[in-house]
Design a protein around this ligand. Sequence first.
Ligand code: HEC
Length: 237
Amino acid sequence: MRGKPIAVSSIMVAAALAASGCSVSDNNPNLIAGKQLFVSKCGSCHTLARAGSKGNVGPNLDEAFQRAKVDGLGDDAIRGVVKKQIEYPSRPGYAGQGIMPAKLVTGDDAANIAAYVAASVGKKGQDTGLLATAVKAPGSGKPAVAAGGVLKIDADPSGQLAYTETKASAPAGPITIELDNTSGVPHNIAIAGVGKSPVIPKGKSVFKATLKPGTYTYFCEVPGHEAAGMKGTLTVK
Ligand code: HEC
């Protein structure tokens, strides 16, 4: 069911409205915190254009709410649907049931995410002002250079599907390639024909290899991550 749009049902909406308990953030949401949390907790599974997220495990949220918007559903109702989904993700009988963990966030965090999603779904263009800089652009780190037989490459710490470094260089010969992942999103690092490290959600993931001169692509093997941009170029001299 990867990335398929699913219409948000009016039953869900009604249920969400009936159950909406209000917290401070419902009335005065912090959209910047909402965007940062969305990227770190939700973006690896969901595409949302405004957040720059490209996950494809769950539905594309711009598409999922398109129908609802056409039907005249306002921001408040969409916020209710998103909060409800965070609390009770799995819809019985649905193909993707059980994949989205329940209560990834709660309270104000959930309210802030819901407000950001409602303000963003289906919107053309880019976030402006403080929202534009709330999440650092992926891949903006300095090129990685091997030192002392180790090449260190980081997974984007904010949860975006990217490495911090999109370019790396190393001398030919034996090397340890070390991915540091602080994001909580499962990742690894692999080079076709050379080797790969284990997929882990947090910590250091390492493999040893012997490099020959040439140009290689390093990438994350978790489905969808390379396609979303989690890759870079390694030059070996
Ligand atoms: C591990 C992957 C994963 C993560 C992380 C995740 N989701 Fe989901 N999400 C899914 C899947 C799969 C579905 C479809 C099945 C379902 O409804 O449980 C889904 C469904 C949804 C829907 C319903 C869309 C529709 O078509 O009706 C919304 C809204 C949603 N997610 C929002 C979020 C938010 C907000 C977060 C972060 C707090 C989040 N998701 C985190 C995988 C994920």
